[in-house]
Write a protein that binds this ligand. Structure first.
Ligand code: PLP
Length: 379
């Protein structure tokens, strides 16, 4: 198998698995327990919290564990809105956010909030001028993703942070795709709330965290026990949290090496695609792009059929044309960046991981060229 879909999910790193195993079998005490047995789990969880905090320039007490990116996004939006409803009911986001944001915004709209969805340019960037213009007296939150999951465009987060601060508005960013690919510093970038998901960087699925800047009153999303300083009830996913912390430590140690490798492979592949396949078009930005992302459209090709042919050869890439496997409509992200009609359905997303090799890319290229020729000419 050649796995080129790391933005969808990643495998758990072998060292992460080893780190987690004792917490399923031997060290299974409840971290809320007062006996020594539970304390070991608690201590390891706190180590994980400190490690995660360090990677974004935060304090450990500003990290709250969640079940993933979706919960972190929902929590940030739903509870900021609730907390600030007397101040205003207007939120600013972008048209190309993940569904975890867009559908939460739609829910808020049904409940008396107003949402401005900023458009993006052809590279997928929001306009800072448009953002400033969208700010109103009753704006309580700006939520703009750090980097897009489909086209990999990285937003001008630092500038957004400045605009938010100047206008005294909270700034949340969904950093699920950017974490461990971009250097993030919440203080320097003026970020108040930030969502991360563990399974995108070698941690286990069902883990994540929300960074909440010290001093921000964010009511809990889940009610129950007093875990996470009364802000996120429920017995902690101990092994998962410890695994996510380990994945973050490994990612941090290899950050420069991985970044260089991924962007090198990305640029090599883009060059080959553009020179060896006629009628193709790179979507997103060349300059402001995640290191492992290639989103590319082939004219007159059905992306879903291409995906199936690649799958038959054991190659996993993602469809760029459908919102999800059950939806037949073209992706709202590709529509927002105005991919032409003749290209949009022939879009695939290739997302590289540090364990990919140049040999794999060469095999991928051969299959891709053959499959596109077949889909276009029938031979
Ligand atoms: N936000 C973005 C940008 C994502 O890419 C994803 C997952 O694909 C999520 C949020 C949701 O994260 P999770 O799968 O951890 O719920």
């Amino acid at each position: 198998m050649i796995y080129l879909d790391h933005a969808a999910t990643t495998g758990v790193h072998p060292e992460v698995l080893l780190e987690m195993l004792p917490f399923f079998k031997d060290v299974y005490g409840n971290p809320s327990g007062i006996y020594e047995f539970g304390k070991d789990a608690k201590e390891m969880m706190e180590r994980s919290r400190a490690q995660l905090a360090k990677t974004i320039g935060a304090k450990p007490e500003e990290i709250f564990f969640t079940s993933g990116g979706t919960e972190a996004d929902n929590w940030a939006l739903l509870k900021t809105s609730e907390q600030k409803k007397e101040q205003g009911r207007h939120i600013i986001t972008s048209q190309i956010e993940h569904h975890a944001i867009l559908r939460t915004c739609a829910h808020l709209e049904k409940n008396g909030y107003e949402v401005t969805y900023l458009p993006v340019d052809r590279e997928g960037m929001i306009s800072l001028e448009a953002l400033e213009q969208a700010v109103r007296k009753d704006t309580i939150l700006i939520s703009i993703m750090y980097a897009n999951n489909e086209i990999g465009t990285v937003q001008p987060v630092r500038e957004i942070g400045k605009i938010a601060k100047k206008n005294n508005i909270l700034f949340h960013t969904d950093a699920v795709q950017a974490y461990m690919h971009e250097k993030i510093n919440v203080s320097e970038e003026g970020i108040d709330l930030l969502s991360v998901s563990g399974h995108k960087f070698g941690g286990p699925k069902g883990t994540g965290f929300l960074y909440v800047r010290d001093g921000i009153m964010l009511p809990p999303l889940l009610h129950g026990g007093g875990q996470e300083k009364n802000r996120r009830a429920g017995t902690e996913n101990v092994a998962g949290i410890i695994g996510m912390g380990k994945a973050s430590a490994i990612g941090e140690k290899n950050f420069e090496k991985n970044h260089e490798k991924l962007s090198g492979m990305r640029d090599y592949l883009i060059k080959r695609l553009q020179t060896e396949i006629e009628g193709c078009r790179l979507n997103g930005s060349m300059k402001h792009r995640l290191d492992g992302n290639i989103n590319i459209s082939f004219e007159g090709v059905e992306g879903e059929a291409l995906l199936l042919l690649l799958d038959m050869a054991g190659i996993c890439v993602s469809s760029g044309s459908a919102c999800n496997s059950s939806s037949k409509s073209a992706s709202y992200v590709l529509q927002a960046v105005k991919v032409p009609e003749t290209y949009i359905r022939g879009t695939i997303r290739i997302t590289l991981g540090a364990e990919n090799t140049m040999e794999e890319l060469a095999v991928f290229m051969e299959h891709l060229k053959e499959d596109i020729r077949y889909l276009r000419n029938g031979n």
